[in-house]
Ligand binder design. Structure first.
Ligand SMILES: NC(=O)c1ccc[n+]([C@@H]2O[C@H](COP(=O)([O-])OP(=O)(O)OC[C@H]3O[C@@H](n4cnc5c(N)ncnc54)[C@H](OP(=O)(O)O)[C@@H]3O)[C@@H](O)[C@H]2O)c1
Length: 339
């Protein structure tokens, strides 16, 4: 019997509380799975590297915690190779949690079909979860208005760069926070950010006050931690805080940090702090995707992607992203586009 090969990256050891390292992963040669009834055999093409991948290791989130020995979980754009469900046929493209491997079986009910577009990677960046998260967070949760001062953290990242650009398109004045002067220069030069702040600046509060002379009306928060407290101190009455993620806390299993401005300033400034998970808003996806695609086609929305080649590079792609190496959406190309 010939066992058909399947390269896989497993989570060899849980990182616990502390930075994730490439040593927590191991590559191995497994066997290609067979799809059961209602399942698809898929070939991942591009892996989506997400901050959430780290959060899944720390405890239950909106999915069960990962355990040592698991094939590393992760979403990918994939091609259907075999289908045991009438909703899909070989050659179809899907977005699904395939894990970090060359072949995967997924329940058809958990795969989202996507249309072929000229750049397939866009399904994993601007037209995928990152773009949708930015859109839902900014419009549905943040209710952005023309003239708002909008602050975005991790602003050169996958979600943040789209959130910032959408805010600019909506007529807001956009201020980005990132970890480097190079990223900030790019945001101001190429993406229309009005001002930027570096979160490593010893006086972040002073820099943020200078960048937001009219105060902050909306904060799109990807980071959490002490930076949230700093931004809260610059908020205007009635400001909205959109809690999209807390990447600064994903290495800290203690969960001990909390902003000191809550609840005092929330009361005095009538703030609204609201979290969301983009998966709860699937009803909004078709309209949001259409709008995002329109902005890309018109050139108003620049697509920032950061691609590494080869499945074995997925661990370094994730570790590097959490350290702030990436500019735009971090992806790993695992296979070729369908021919
Ligand atoms: N709510 C939802 O449904 C949903 C969906 C998708 C993503 N998210 C969230 O969106 C956020 C962004 O995720 P992404 O996948 O798009 O990743 P990303 O922004 O492309 O990459 C993460 C970025 O976070 C920044 N960062 C890392 N540690 C930091 C720290 N201690 N302080 C400040 N910044 C830090 C780094 O950039 P710099 O330090 O250089 O700025 C890094 O590039 C995450 O919080 C994620 O959980 C939420």
């Amino acid at each position: 019997v010939t066992v058909r090969a399947n390269r896989q990256v497993v989570l060899a050891e849980l990182p616990g509380s502390g930075p994730l390292r490439v040593e927590h992963f191991a590559a191995r040669d497994g066997a290609r799975p067979e799809p059961g009834p209602g399942e698809l055999l898929v070939r991942p093409i591009v892996l989506s590297i997400d901050s959430a991948n780290r959060a899944w290791m720390s405890g239950p989130t909106y999915r069960p915690q990962l355990v040592a020995g698991d094939v590393m979980a992760g979403y990918a754009l994939a091609e259907v190779a075999e289908s045991r469900d009438p909703a899909f046929a070989p050659g179809d493209l899907v977005f699904a949690d395939t894990g970090w491997q060359e072949w995967s079986t997924v329940p058809a009910a958990e795969a989202t079909g996507v249309r072929p577009v000229s750049a397939l990677t866009h399904h994993v960046s601007v037209l995928g979860v990152s773009g949708l998260t930015a859109h839902v967070g900014l419009h549905d949760i943040g209710r952005v208005r023309p003239g708002d001062t909008v602050v975005v953290s991790a602003a050169a990242g996958a979600t943040g760069n789209v959130a910032g650009q959408l805010a600019r398109i909506a007529g807001a004045r956009v201020v980005g926070i990132t970890g480097s002067a190079e990223k900030n220069a790019l945001l101001e030069r190429d993406l229309g950010f009005a001002a930027t702040v570096c979160h490593r600046d010893p006086d972040v509060l002073g820099a943020l006050r200078a960048a937001c002379p009219d105060g902050v009306d909306l904060y799109f928060d990807n980071v959490g931690g002490p930076l949230l407290d700093t931004v809260l101190r610059c908020t205007n009455r009635g400001a909205r805080i959109v809690c999209c993620g807390a990447v600064s806390a994903y290495d800290d299993a203690s969960g001990a940090t909390g902003p000191r401005q809550v609840p005092g300033r929330v009361v005095t400034h009538r703030l609204r702090i609201e979290g969301f998970i983009v998966l709860d808003h699937v009803d909004r996806w078709p309209a949001a995707t259409a709008e995002l695609a329109g902005h890309v086609a018109s050139g108003e929305l620049r697509v920032l992607e950061d691609v590494l080649d080869g499945l074995d590079r997925a661990p370094e792609a994730l570790v590097g992203m959490l350290a702030g190496e990436n500019v735009g959406k971090r992806l790993v190309r695992v296979g070729t586009d369908p021919g």
